[in-house]
Ligand binder design. Structure first.
Ligand code: GTP
Ligand code: MG
Length: 657
């Protein structure tokens, strides 16, 4: 029968002598070599283990095996009998040093001593597990400092609630909402900081006192103030364009048209002739294109930069390039012509002020673009850019070299396409027709030199036609509206950068702006135009800006940067007046589609047809149809899948696909 022994010490001694030791908890007999009980895991005799560890070689091995035991743990758990010497601190606090050289005493004594000593700032309270320890805070702080800018402080989880102060991962600071850690310490008993009296930790303590935490916004949408009436808006003087400013006006020029009509070649040719592409670079494009068996695409390579585009010989994304004319700073937006990339074409050209519609004059190609064998992109692109509000159009009848610069062919194209363009709503006077050859550099920069063309054409060359386009309407007198085309981070602009075109108003570095639909405020840190810094930008300018004081998750493409007092409205359902294009299948109530509003793309459905509008008068007809067919105009009700995500501009261009 097993009889438990009452004297553990003597039992331990006897066990040691026999090469076994008995666990003081479960009484299991363990091998001498084990430092913890095989059965219950309790340590054998800590004092023996820790204090002799440095002296005995085989025990040193065990110490190495347990190197993860921290110095603090060793000093705390070593029994008092092994203390080598008492230490008296200047405060009168008595502690002891053990064999490892660490100072230790019970927390109670430590606490009492320091609490009695009013001259020190150290406030030791029992550790709370529901709040982060200073170690946690430093670790998370270090982690977050790698991800965030200097002005963003500590990241972590919920910390001190009593002061309405929350340290949230991923949130950024608003200078006005900063709270210092020492303020929290005074006001809140729940803060728990254990501070040793070594110099190093006091420095850490000092550092901690100067770290700032973020005050939790009371309500996330509190920053959206009640919109002020637009009539009360008065632009500041710096926003207005002054006569003496010699910066040329920006003109966003979309280059659109059927696939392979020569859009990229035309852009490349212009850029080369204007010195935007050096001879050396052009020679490189030429050589590389020839090596790949695509010699005729050498100029197009200036715009088609990706390997895929070059390999396939088609543009897939919108290429952007710049050049200056006498009157304008032109931003070229070279669109893809292939029908598969129409969505890319849309996102690029929604920003355009005017467009160049490129036509392939060669026999059969013009016809293909007009949709003789299906839907051609000449028609589709013309309709799309018209629906984006583009009024002025240059029709560049390209590849005239392939038709011997024939006047008859040019006139045929002009008459056929002219009818269609007028049906889209373009005014005759707003269309300029220019016959040219991008490949042969005929009628691009200067008047035609080939007599086959100059004999019958005496109008403007392409460059002159661009330079004489009417100036785009720029609304600097209205509050700021900048639809976000893209969100990114860059070395120059920082963690949160956006790009887009200023639709109305003006913006300058240092401006406070409101980001919709998140309703968060941010500060404009840097503005870049054509990759170079500028102090301000006005309506019509394509810019990239670096934002400060906002979390990237609150900024999304499709959103709008606006004046803090004049936020754009946010909608979940819309009433739209629509024109149905050439469709083959009727549109029924319940139709699910993708809605494009400036740079936003959302899933939506048509919930109701409210009225059908008469073509000539625009009046609502009495009969409400159950479906819509080609060329009908109607007012419909649309419901958006994501609620309150779509922001509307007064000049919103809508499109559904
Ligand atoms: P996508 O972007 O894919 O729609 O094509 P694109 O409209 O940009 O056409 P691109 O510039 O890639 O040219 C297509 C082909 O047409 C190339 O082989 C060019 O060399 C050729 N091309 C372009 N302009 C002319 C021209 O004026 N004359 C002749 N003969 N060929 C041309
Ligand atoms: Mg192209």
């Amino acid at each position: 029968m097993f009889v438990p022994k009452l004297d553990n010490r003597s039992d331990l001694e006897s066990s040691r002598n026999s090469g076994l030791w008995q666990c003081s908890i479960c009484a299991h007999g363990n091998d001498e070599r084990h430092i913890s009980c095989e059965l219950c895991g309790v340590l054998r005799d800590l004092s023996l283990y820790f204090n002799n560890a440095l002296e005995v070689e085989d025990r040193a091995k065990r110490r190495n095996k347990h190197y993860s035991v921290s110095v603090l743990a060793r000093s705390l758990f070593s029994p008092s009998s092994t203390m080598s010497k008492d230490v008296i601190f200047s405060d009168g606090f008595k502690a002891s040093r053990n064999a490892t050289g660490n100072t230790h005493a019970t927390l109670d004594v430590l606490h009492k001593t320091y609490m009695a000593c009013k001259g020190r700032r150290i406030n030791i309270v029992p550790f709370k597990f529901d709040t982060p320890s200073p170690d946690d805070m430093v670790t998370t702080g270090l982690k977050s400092s790698r991800n965030f800018r200097n002005d963003v402080c500590i990241a972590g989880k919920k910390a001190v609630d009593s002061d309405n102060c929350v340290i949230e991962k991923g949130t950024t600071t608003d200078p006005s909402s900063l709270v210092k850690l020492d303020e929290i310490g005074e006001g809140s008993s729940s803060s728990s900081f254990v501070v040793d009296c070594h110099n190093e930790t006091l420095v850490l303590d000092h550092e901690l006192q100067h770290l700032s935490l973020e005050r939790k916004p009371k309500k996330s949408k509190a920053k959206i103030q009640k919109p002020v009436s637009f009539s009360l808006y008065k632009p500041e003087s710096w926003m207005l364009q002054h006569e003496d400013e010699d910066t040329p006006r920006q003109l966003n020029l979309a280059i659109v048209g059927h696939v392979d009509s020569g859009k990229s070649t035309l852009c490349g040719r212009l850029l080369h002739a204007l010195g935007r592409i050096s001879k050396k670079q052009m020679h490189k494009y030429d050589k590389e294109a020839k090596e790949k068996g695509k010699g005729s695409f050498a100029y197009a390579w200036a715009m088609d930069e990706s390997a895929d585009e070059r390999e396939r010989g088609i543009t897939m994304t919108v290429g952007v390039a710049y050049f200056n004319t006498k009157n304008y700073h032109v931003v070229l937006l070279d669109s893809p012509g292939h029908k598969d990339f129409v969505p890319n074409m849309i996102s690029g050209t929604t920003q355009s002020d005017a467009a160049v519609l490129v036509i392939d004059a060669s026999i059969g190609s013009f016809e293909a673009g007009m949709g003789v064998n299906g839907i051609g992109q000449t028609k589709e692109h013309s309709q799309l850019i018209r629906s984006f509000g583009v009024d002025n159009l240059i029709v560049a009848v390209n590849k005239m070299d392939l038709v011997e610069y024939s006047k008859e062919r040019f006139n045929f194209i002009k008459s056929q396409l002219g009818i269609f363009l007028r049906s889209c709503g373009y005014k005759e006077s707003a269309i300029t027709w220019v016959p040219l050859s991008a490949m042969a550099n005929e009628n691009l920069m200067t008047a035609a030199s080939d007599t086959r063309l100059s004999s019958w054409y005496d109008g403007n060359c392409l460059l002159k036609a661009i330079d004489t386009l009417p100036p785009p309407h720029c609304d600097v007198l209205k509050p700021l509206r900048l639809p976000i085309c893209d969100v990114f981070s860059s070395q120059m602009l920082g963690q949160v950068a956006i790009c887009g075109k200023v639709e109305t108003g003006a913006i300058r570095s240092g401006s406070k702006v409101l980001i919709m639909p998140s309703g968060e405020l941010a500060t404009v840190k840097i503005i870049e135009r054509d990759s170079s810094r500028c102090k301000l930008a006005r309506a019509g300018d394509n810019i990239a800006i670096g934002l400060q004081g906002i979390d990237p998750s609150h900024v999304m493409s499709g959103g709008v940067v606006c004046h803090p007092d004049y936020p754009v409205p946010v909608a979940s359902s819309l009433e739209l007046k629509i024109l149905v294009l050439d469709i083959t299948v009727p549109i029924l109530v319940g139709l699910q589609f993708e809605l494009h509003i400036h740079h936003a793309k959302v899933s939506a459905s048509m919930v109701k047809i409210l009225s059908l509008l008469e073509h000539k008068s625009g009046k609502a007809s009495k009969k409400i149809p159950r479906f819509l067919t080609a060329r009908q105009t109607a007012v419909i009700e649309v419901s958006l899948k994501q609620k309150n995500q779509i922001v509307l501009l007064p000049i919103t261009r809508l499109l559904f696909l």
